[in-house]
Design a protein around this ligand. Sequence first.
Ligand SMILES: NC(=O)c1ccc[n+]([C@@H]2O[C@H](COP(=O)([O-])OP(=O)(O)OC[C@H]3O[C@@H](n4cnc5c(N)ncnc54)[C@H](O)[C@@H]3O)[C@@H](O)[C@H]2O)c1
Length: 296
Amino acid sequence: MGALVGKVAIVTGAGQGVGRCHAELLAAEGAAVVVNDISERAEETAAAIVAAGGRAVAQRGSVSWWADAEALINRAVSEFGDLHILVNNAGFLRDAMSFSMDESQWDSVVDVHLKGHFAPSHFAALYWRSQAKAVGEGGDLVPRRIINTTSESGLFGGPGQSNYASAKGGIVAMTLVHARELQRYNVTVNVIAPRARTPMTVANPKFDEPESGFDKYDPANVSPMVAFLASDAAGDVSGQAFIVLGDQIHRIRPTTILSSVTAGEQRWTVADLIAAKDVLFSGVAPGVPTWGGPPM
Ligand SMILES: NC(=O)c1ccc[n+]([C@@H]2O[C@H](COP(=O)([O-])OP(=O)(O)OC[C@H]3O[C@@H](n4cnc5c(N)ncnc54)[C@H](O)[C@@H]3O)[C@@H](O)[C@H]2O)c1
């Protein structure tokens, strides 16, 4: 018996890469999957799942189009009778340094990632709230899940990715907001930062498949964590963030107070802040933080 038998899941951007691996594993674990992508590859992934004995349908559309996002949630309910798991994954890159980035590069990437996470989450939350209200006060609420996708770029600041890192950082904040908002409806909301060889990253030789041994950057390595977070076993895990690559899972807390100074019930003066600088930085260099992710 799989960990997700009886569940209905949506995976966005599941036509290739990490999203396709998520859709295939969720289906192998027993979930019925609505495979979303903006491209015809949505149908290919759904067909591959069905050919392997799973349950899947394709729902083509853009995650950042309000009407498409609503149609995506409705398709899960009309096709499979409910929605338990939403995996927000779709997106693309349009990299440029801040001094070279044009307006369309900024708008398109922020749109596909940030709005592309919010729009399906909004319609899923709306549906789940209506279901919870139908159950009524004190009734047994069905477990629901949102699993979002950030990036180490959004956590640590990837040069050349003002658009992408800003959107991905926003997705971490959105995860915390939605975890708090939807707790009362038995919805958990978590976020992962994958690292894998996909059409998005294949140009980087560091992701190349090794000639022998464990293929650290196989995108299928990321999906078990998503299936775990989607399962009933993770019902108490919410508002959490993870870097997932190869055989490694790093639990992180991006928003932690590192050190504090207080002025003692009065406004700080600039002179006092200059004097307190060494205490605030507690002996560490106050300059640009170095990349904080796990090494390649
Ligand atoms: N691959 C990595 O190492 C890595 C690292 C950090 C974060 N991520 C994130 O993981 C997610 C998946 O990345 P990937 O590497 O598999 O990328 P990918 O390019 O292989 O796949 C992304 C999929 O999203 C689809 N898509 C694009 N715009 C869409 C839209 N508007 N609506 C619906 N689908 C759309 C594409 O058609 C594609 O099939 C992305 O959010 C990405 O930012 C990936």
